[in-house]
Ligand binder design. Structure first.
Ligand SMILES: Cc1cc2nc3c(=O)[nH]c(=O)nc-3n(C[C@H](O)[C@H](O)[C@H](O)COP(=O)(O)OP(=O)(O)OC[C@H]3O[C@@H](n4cnc5c(N)ncnc54)[C@H](O)[C@@H]3O)c2cc1C
Length: 423
């Protein structure tokens, strides 16, 4: 593709039908492009888009790698119920990623990542609302805020700087004392004394239903979904050729939105994408015997909870391991035990256990950009903990880049080239 806007009606391939690929396909179709989505699995079902916590976490403007993260990480690793896990087998392979992750915690880089995430976060609720409204799914989004709960006064006090920064940037929140916590969230253990209610936070009724609803809306805008795996990409002068399980297909451009597999496509284009599989574990209980009114984050435990259409979903954690490694069954047992502690009286019968690979980049900022090496290739990937949250905004940015070839400075912060000096 030449270095100018792609004309309306041009054919675009989207690789991956998770929430990010489907939202991108829908946004592009609404700009008048002919879109074909390739995924060997039914939309939303193969990756973490299937069973994430359903939070639209619009105030989480800071990267995971905060200043001083290395001390916190050490503590987490030593605690068997801590949220960070790095299995000994394969740990060495994770070192380069963690080195890049640690570099984000340095003040200047931390500020850069915070600014990139703040832009996304400040548009998330509007863009998500608009996307769902246009797909006739307004009732899918609930605006309840989110309660962040702390186990100790020490951790609560340590978090205050982060909350003050959010407030200063317009992401308002208020402290919750023990009385307010009991009143607003009577179903949790009565040990929580410190909390913060973040107002800029929503949830969806069910993340898989969101993907399915968007697929329907996209199809009615002409998007074609092919149950086909893409094996490789090859860029020509004015086109991109996909090698699939069912032969070759040619498009004017291709979007890489293949979750943790995006890295393979980036490599074949000569682009450096330092992505890790950050595996999260959760359980969903269809008849928990209790109602949770608003999303929760148990901040010291890396555990979140949401009451979705499919049931009460509780889980989180971050296990850095090869994406194909089987789920660690002991973690499911731990999550079940912790869930019973956090929600006394929880009925765990018929719980569904699930593990998913978050596609995580070391600065927690997604890549939404053109390939510098193969001009017809674009990326929308690496959303880590917040793919559902930022699907609509990143899809809008991507559609703007492709249709206007916008030179908007604000979008440079999502470029894949930011990793070039981190090889
Ligand atoms: C436990 C947990 C809780 C989470 N909670 C939240 C939350 O509350 N809010 C939030 O915003 N985010 C949350 N996330 C993160 C969120 O789920 C992810 O960021 C998001 O789902 C990533 O979407 P994606 O479309 O980029 O990737 P995926 O969902 O992984 O989709 C990628 C798709 O690409 C396809 N694909 C891969 N390779 C190929 C190929 N070669 N050819 C064709 N197709 C291919 C796959 O089959 C898959 O369908 C959570 C994640 C986990 C694990």
């Amino acid at each position: 593709m030449p270095d100018k806007a792609l004309p309306s009606g041009a054919s675009i391939a989207v690789i991956g039908a998770g929430i990010v690929g489907v939202a991108s396909a829908y946004a592009l179709a609404r700009q008048g492009y002919e879109v074909v989505v390739y995924d060997p699995s039914p939309p939303g079902e193969a990756g973490p888009s299937r069973a994430n916590a359903g939070h639209v976490g619009a105030s989480d403007i800071h990267p995971l790698s905060t200043p001083g993260i290395h001390w916190k990480a050490m503590k987490m690793l030593m605690n068997p119920d801590g949220p960070l896990k790095i299995p000994v087998r394969g740990a060495i392979a994770q070192i380069p990623w963690f080195w890049r992750f640690w570099r984000t915690s340095q003040r200047k880089r931390f500020e850069v990542a915070t600014s990139a995430l703040s832009y996304l976060c400040s548009h998330t609720l509007t863009d998500t609302g608009a996307m769902l409204e246009s797909a006739s799914m307004t009732d899918m989004l609930l605006h309840a805020g989110c309660a962040f709960l702390y186990d100790t006064e020490q951790s609560f006090t340590a978090s205050k700087r982060i909350w003050a920064d959010k407030n200063a940037r317009g992401f308002d929140n208020e402290e919750m004392d023990a009385g307010r916590i009991v009143q607003d969230i009577p179903i949790i253990a009565d040990t929580f004394r410190y909390g913060v209610l973040s107002h800029k936070w929503s949830m969806v009724r069910d993340p898989l239903d969101v993907v399915r609803g968007l697929v329907e809306a996209a199809e009615s805008n002409g998007v074609i979904f092919q149950r086909i795996r893409v094996n490789s990409l090859c860029g020509g002068l004015d086109s991109v050729t996909l090698e699939t399980n069912e032969g070759k297909s040619q498009h004017a451009a291709a979007i890489v939105a293949a979750g943790v597999n995006s890295v393979t496509f980036a490599k074949s284009c000569g682009d450096f994408l330092p992505m890790a599989a950050e595996r999260g574990y959760n359980l969903t209980v269809p008849a928990p015997g209790m109602e949770l009114e608003l999303p929760l984050v148990f901040a010291d435990r890396g555990i979140v909870a949401t009451h979705l259409t499919s049931g009460l979903r509780i889980g989180g954690w971050a296990e850095y391991a090869h994406p194909n490694r089987p789920a660690n069954q002991n973690y499911f047992k731990s999550i079940a035990r912790i869930s019973a502690e956090l929600f006394p009286g929880l009925n765990l019968d018929n719980a569904n256990y699930w593990m998913g690979n978050r596609p995580s980049l070391p600065d927690s900022v997604p890549v939404i950009s053109q390939s510098p090496h193969v001009p017809g290739v674009f990326y929308n990937c690496g959303h880590g903990h917040y793919g559902l949250t930022h699907a609509a905004t990143s899809a809008r940015i991507l559609a703007e880049l492709i249709s206007n070839k916008s030179e908007d400075e604000r979008y440079r912060q999502y470029s894949i080239t930011r990793f070039s000096n981190m090889r």
